[in-house]
Design a protein around this ligand. Structure first.
Ligand code: KIV
Length: 271
């Protein structure tokens, strides 16, 4: 039986069932109505309104500047399109790392104002109280360990994480803690495949990997990377299914040329 095929509307429980059934979980980001409609109809299990919106939608170098209001705008647009996928929204930098009640307020705003089904946040033991507060309010949470882009300034770059024994041990402990705190899944970003397998094998909740090898319970990619929308950006862990940058460029160049040549609009394209 395929959980994915038999379900009309994906729930948090279905995501847990997929791990039990050995069925891989598919997750992709989206930030707007049109893209979310396509991903939903194409059968993606989880649509993540990632704070990577800061990079791919707003052109910031890091994810740090995006605000809660901006995330809510993107998330509401996505939710309006989605009929079947589970919609998860990133809490932005600064909205959950301090006072747990501020974290709860941020999560409640996302749930009330966007129609999303769950939130995601980055970190382990350091944000334990925030996670506890949000989960206790009945809001489903996905954790995020390994490379946590909101901590880029502490790392000094976007390199591979948890290559040393100490950080690998902390990641393993944090993953268990996230499970105990009630998270229903954990994203593992840019860590060695061997470590991701070890965490996945020992964890009862699903792991969803990005740059974490083939053995996590699911995979996530930024949709703009999968579609090849950013020229010259292709990290090793991205499988680029299209060169949409070239496809769009060609179409737009043709349009410009048609307008300049008086060939658009023609007789059939007018009233
Ligand atoms: O913001 C994002 O898109 C993410 C994914 C890369 C997991 O957190």
């Amino acid at each position: 039986m395929s959980v994915h095929k038999d379900v009309k509307r994906i729930t948090v429980n279905n995501i847990l069932e997929m791990k039990l059934a050995g069925e891989k979980i598919s997750m992709l980001t989206a930030y707007d109505y049109s893209m979310a409609s396509i991903l939903d109809a194409a059968g993606v299990d989880i649509i993540l309104v990632g704070d990577s919106a800061a990079n791919v939608m707003a052109g910031y170098e890091t994810t740090l500047p995006i605000t809660l209001d901006q995330m809510i705008y993107y998330a509401a647009s996505v939710s309006r399109a989605v009929k079947r996928s589970l919609v998860v929204v990133d809490l932005p930098f600064g909205s959950y790392q301090g006072n747990p009640y501020d974290a709860l307020n941020a999560a409640v705003r996302v749930m009330k104002e966007t129609g999303a089904h769950a939130i995601k946040l980055e970190g382990g033991a350091e944000i334990k109280d925030s996670i506890e507060c949000i989960v206790n309010a009945g809001i489903p949470v996905i954790g995020h360990l390994g490379l946590m882009p909101q901590s880029v300034n502490a790392y000094g770059g976007y390199g591979l994480r948890a290559t040393g024994v100490h950080e690998a041990h902390k990641l393993n402990t944090d993953a268990q803690l996230l499970h105990e705190l009630g998270c229903f899944a954990v994203v593992l970003e840019k860590i060695p495949a061997k470590l991701a397998k070890e965490v996945t094998d020992h964890l009862r909740i699903p792991t969803i990997g990005i740059g974490a090898g083939p053995d996590t319970d699911g995979q996530v990619l930024v949709i703009n990377d999968l579609l090849g929308m950013t020229k010259g950006f292709k990290p090793k862990f991205v499988r680029q299914y299209l060169d949409l940058h070239a496809v769009i460029s060609q179409a737009v160049e043709q349009y410009v040329s048609d307008v300049k040549a008086f060939s658009f609009p023609n007789e059939k394209e007018q009233y």
